[in-house]
Design a binder for this molecule. Structure first.
Ligand code: TRP
Length: 475
């Protein structure tokens, strides 16, 4: 349940629909599901097995496999930390919007409300802009909640996810039903599901699909490894990974229905074509969707509250799973006290997040998200595959999984971990570097992109430093 909680999050409701229509609507579902089956599920199984075999956090499990691999575990955990810095800022926006839903105060123009009034967006990422105090308080609330959930220990995670997984799923179902019963919803669904096969020729579409899978399944960040280390020794690996992956993919797919049906309604109401409506990127959840909500025939505030509550409750367990990954690393390696490590990470997350609450924040959210998901996670995923398949031994993982699992996996699985996944990930890593060098990213100036790269490299540097620091265990 906790693994599902980590996987299902803003990635499914906020990121998936916008990445989906940025990459050709329905056509995107093909690379998405291909990515789920070729890399997502095999790697998730491997992570569950490694966590369950070594019963340690990712960096130290990696260290047991090979001393040279430890830094990859840290790099994953730090990347997860960077994700959580901006992820919690988006959750803070959701919290503010939850309250704004009561008065639907984004009306009449949700776009100018979001950019000008709410975020106070500046004209360039280099102009810092003012800080919105409201967002700062919301951010503080989010990090405090994470701390309070975690400081007592793993047991409370079980209690929290028993609410924060089923509740938002139910809310999402309500939203989907509401969406589907609105006039025009079918046009929205057609836009969502009609495949445009020409898009499949673009490498960037495939890259986005794999990046989305890494982000959404919380892969390559040590999260699933640490969660699996808490499992009972002979817990079923295959079943758990299939359930987690399918719950995640299923929720994203369902969220597509909830979102696109409502966009179809908006198109119907405004007379604008779907292509116009379905633009928006990051702003989708804060502009397009709220606009549509305000135009609903009844109980407008109610649906606004439900939408943002679903985002928040889906998001919180993803956010605290990251803290677990990193604090367990610190605990395992330096013998750091759990509470102290949790407090340290939460405070650091909050203070770094403050930078993103300024007017230029949204630019940096987008840059960080792009570089960490599309570069760091893809490369860490690749390294992880290689470490698991070649240094530890893919066959050992398969044997272990088969010993404890109900569904047995055949030798074909080795081909995925040893060959198919690495070849795909190497091609994607090269494609994304070439794309960055030739086309840049969106309209961002190159110095801003350079900072994105620096964040990724900084992740590598602190990871290597962590390996070098003498640990208790080694003494
Ligand atoms: N899996 C989460 C989601 O789909 C996103 C996520 C991945 C995440 N790694 C994270 C969130 C680390 C916070 C911290 O929403």
């Amino acid at each position: 349940m906790a693994a599902i909680g980590s996987a299902v999050g803003l990635g499914n409701i906020w990121r998936f629909p916008y990445v989906c229509y940025k990459n050709g609507g329905g056509a995107f579902l093909i690379p998405y599901f291909v990515a789920l089956f070729t890399v997502g599920i095999p790697l998730l199984m491997a992570e569950f097995a490694i966590g369950s075999i070594f019963r340690k956090s990712a960096p130290l499990a990696m260290r047991d496999i090979s001393r040279k691999a430890e830094w990859v575990g840290w790099w994953g955990a730090f990347s997860a930390f960077f994700i959580s810095v901006y992820y919690c800022v988006i959750m803070a926006w959701c919290l503010c919007y939850l309250f704004h839903s009561f008065g639907l105060i984004w009306q009449p123009d949700a776009s100018s409300f979001f950019y000008d009034k709410f975020l106070g967006v500046t004209s360039s990422p280099s102009i810092f802009g003012g800080i919105n105090v409201q967002i700062v308080f919301a951010l503080l609330f989010i990090w405090t909640s994470i701390y309070l959930i975690l400081y007592k220990g793993v047991k409370s995670i079980g209690k929290v996810v028993a609410i924060t997984v089923p509740l938002p799923t139910l809310l999402l179902l309500i939203l989907t039903l509401r969406g589907l019963t609105l006039p025009g919803s079918l046009n929205g669904l057609e836009f969502y599901l009609a495949p445009d096969f020409s898009k499949l020729a673009l490498p960037s579409v495939w890259l986005s699909a794999y990046a989305q899978i890494f982000f959404s399944l919380s892969l390559a960040q040590g999260i699933m490894i640490v969660y699996a280390s808490y499992l009972k020794k002979d817990s079923d690996i295959t079943n758990n990974s299939l359930i987690t992956a399918l719950a995640d993919g299923g929720t994203a797919f369902l969220a597509g229905f909830a979102v696109f049906s409502v966009l179809g309604y908006l198109a119907f109401q405004t007379g604008l074509p779907m292509e116009e409506i379905a633009r928006g990127g990051i702003g989708l959840a804060f502009i397009t969707y709220p606009t549509a909500i305000a135009k609903m025939p009844f109980a407008t505030s109610f649906f606004g509250v439900i939408f943002f509550l679903a985002l928040l409750t889906f998001g919180i367990d993803s956010a605290f799973s990251m803290v677990e990954a990193i604090t367990n690393g610190l605990k395992d390696k330096f013998g750091m006290n759990r509470r102290k490590a949790t407090l340290l990470i939460c405070m650091l997350g909050f203070f770094l997040g403050l930078i993103l609450t300024a007017g230029s924040g949204i630019y940096w959210v987008e840059i960080m998200d792009h570089f960490i998901s599309n570069f760091a996670l893809v490369i860490i995923g690749l390294l992880e595959c290689l470490i698991f398949a070649y240094i530890f031994g893919g066959e050992k993982i398969r044997k272990y999984a088969n010993e404890v699992s109900e569904i047995k996996i055949g030798r074909w699985w080795n081909v995925f971990l040893k060959l198919i996944a690495p070849v795909i990930l190497i091609s994607l890593a090269i494609a994304s570097i070439v794309e960055l060098l030739t086309e840049g990213y969106e309209n961002f100036p190159s110095w801003a992109l350079a900072i994105g790269i620096i964040v990724v490299i900084f992740g590598i540097i602190i990871s290597i430093t962590m390996v070098r620091i003498k640990c208790r265990q080694a003494q």
